[in-house]
Design a protein around this ligand. Structure first.
Ligand code: PEP
Ligand code: MG
Length: 581
């Protein structure tokens, strides 16, 4: 009997093949009491393993830098930091000496302790740190010579890889000629694994609860990285359907080049701005490669994560300047820091918040830590001299917050002026609409800014009271809920009534099925993940604005999301229907 499991779509594409369960933590650690003669030898053995691990991490960093880029390689910088932790440099040798126990056992004990402490904190950022620490710890144990890692390189047949979790090391070492795609029990949308999967172009689904308990090596698997579904032992019908979807998707990827050159216009000639969301400036070249014209959201917080210290104004300036230069004729929206929620820095968020998504997050954190905020604003204003950058504030919930934020733009401009430092003095400012109060106040907020961008990831979470990273309530996370559609409509109307433009940069803008409705509601720009750009462009080119407007107008009268979905289905061409439904 076929079984379907749901997770988080991490990287698009369809993989079909036999399962291979990768046991990342499948080693047994024994506890060995040492004689006093053995102790110095054990310390030496441990130190040799540390040296070997150091050079392996260095090599991995070099490899990723060559094959991907410096930013992805920085994952392994984080590993170097872990390796330099006093626990490894001093703690373990001291314990060997004091407790007369073997290194493997002590490392394993230390890792379990780390894990216990970090997992009680329970957010994505700390889960990531657990995975970094585990990865480094495993490498040391492996280098002690007592355990051989499950050798993925030895795989010689095509498989769909399934694991509880994959470390960044595992992911960059995946033999992509045989691994068709992968799924994991753990992981979220900000996981390193997710980012690397997209760069490799491997279909992936993460956060599939119960996955490795349910599947056995050899089971037939369909992995749908577009929808976040894993089907175990599919029926002949599902297999047939998915072979067709897979074929479509492959054709799509091949036609990427053709789609890239085409205009983003509806059948009746309405032009839509199609933009991409990026996390690192180095991704900008790919934006064009995928057929988008601009960057609708640059999530700057990724420059701040995975490191000990806050990036200096100069370092940030270089990053934003790189983006400004690369964006060429296009434009890029740089969002100020959105830390907090599920993205933390220990030194900025020292207190454990019970409700971090409702706590000191995004603009709230910046308005509390003005020096960090000003450093970033100054860097953006300076970089905007080199290309068309716009600046946007996240998580605005009142007009006071917006006025206060703008005050610091003014202060930074005055400072730069006084220092004779070149900067852009008429940078366009925007507010993200991702809190219900902001949508309700849109007509007031728009007086303070040049544009809005609707962040549906948070708008849905805050409107429907559904934690966006909690798999247990994922079924309630419903973009087509009429309450969401009304808030979107209010936001668009408020902007347009005041001669301003409005875009959407939440994941909703990257869901092909919603495009007819979103265009009809009047969005001027859609910004989504890079990999779905060709699909979104294709959908836009297959509908008319008249059709879309009708759909939007009727959708606003509906009572349930099911009715809205049906409405979209019933009012598009058969060709588009077969593509979307
Ligand atoms: C959003 O909330 O929709 C958004 C785009 O911001 P983030 O996903 O970074 O919170
Ligand atoms: Mg958001």
């Amino acid at each position: 009997m076929e079984k379907k499991l749901h997770g988080i779509p991490a990287s698009p594409g369809i993989a079909i093949g036999p399962a291979y369960i990768y046991h990342r933590l499948g080693f047994t650690i024994t506890r060995r009491v040492l004689t006093s003669e053995e102790i110095p030898l054990e310390i030496q053995r441990y130190q040799n393993a540390i040296e070997k691990t150091k050079s392996q991490i260095f090599e991995l960093e070099k490899k990723v830098k060559e094959q991907m880029d410096a930013e992805h390689a920085s994952i392994f910088k984080a590993h170097q930091v872990v390796l330099e932790d006093p626990v490894f440099t001093e703690g373990i040798p001291k314990s060997i000496q004091k407790r007369c126990l073997n290194a493997e056992f002590l490392i394993h004990e230390e890792l379990s302790q780390f894990k216990k402490v970090l997992s009680t904190i329970g957010n994505d950022f700390f889960k990531e740190r657990i995975s970094d620490i585990e990865d480094v710890g495993e490498k040391i144990i492996e280098n002690l010579g007592s355990w051989e890692r499950d050798q993925l390189q030895k795989l010689n047949r095509e498989v769909v890889l399934l694991a509880i979790d994959l470390s960044p090391t595992d992911t960059v070492n995946l033999p992509t000629d045989v691994v068709q795609g992968f799924a994991t029990d753990i992981g979220g949308r900000t996981s390193h694994v997710t980012i690397v999967a997209r760069s490799l172009g491997l279909p992936a689904v993460v956060g599939v609860t119960g996955l490795t308990e349910t599947v056995q090596t050899g089971d037939m698997i369909i992995l749908d990285g577009n929808k976040g579904i894993v089907i175990i032992n599919p029926s002949p019908q599902s297999l047939k359907n998915y072979q067709i979807v897979q074929e479509h998707f492959r054709n799509f990827q091949q036609s990427l080049e053709d789609v890239k050159a085409l205009e983003t216009k509806t059948l009746d000639g309405h032009y839509i701005r199609l933009a991409a969301n990026i996390e690192l400036p180095t991704e900008t070249d790919d934006v064009f490669l995928h057929g988008a014209e601009e960057v609708g959201l640059f999530r700057t917080e990724f420059l701040f994560l995975n490191r000990e210290e806050i990036p200096s104004e100069e370092e940030q300036f270089e990053s934003y300047k790189e983006l400004a230069l690369k964006i060429g004729q296009g434009q890029a929206i740089v969002r100020t820091l959105d830390l907090g929620g599920d993205k933390f820095l220990d030194h900025l968020n020292p207190y454990k918040e019970l409700n971090p998504f409702l706590g000191l997050r995004a603009i709230r954190l910046c308005l509390k830590d003005i020096e960090i905020f000003k450093k970033q604003i100054r860097a953006i204003l300076r970089a905007a001299v080199y290309g068309h950058l716009k600046l946007m504030f996240p998580m605005i919930s009142s007009v006071n917050e917006l006025i206060e934020s703008k005050k610091y733009i003014r202060i930074c401009m005055e400072e730069l002026q006084a220092e004779n430092t070149p900067f852009k003095n008429d940078i366009e400012l925007g507010a993200m609409i991702e809190v219900p109060s902001a949508a309700l106040l849109a007509d007031i907020l728009i007086q303070e800014v040049d544009f809005f961008s609707i962040g549906t990831n948070d708008l849905i979470q805050y409107t429907l009271a559904v934690d966006r990273i909690n798999e247990e309530v994922a079924y309630l996370y419903d973009p087509l809920n009429p309450a969401i559609l009304r808030l979107i409509k209010m936001t668009i109307d408020a902007a347009h009534n005041n001669g301003k433009w409005v875009g959407m940069c939440g994941e909703m803008a990257g869901e092909p099925k919603f495009i007819p409705l979103l265009l009809g509601l009047g969005l001027d720009e859609l910004s989504c993940s890079m990999t779905v750009i060709p699909v979104i462009k294709t959908v836009i080119r297959m509908i008319s604005m008249d059709q879309s407007k009708f759909i939007a107008q009727e959708a606003l009268k509906m009572r349930t999301s099911q009715e809205v979905s049906q409405l979209i289905h019933d009012n598009i061409s058969n060709e588009l229907k077969s593509f979307l439904f």
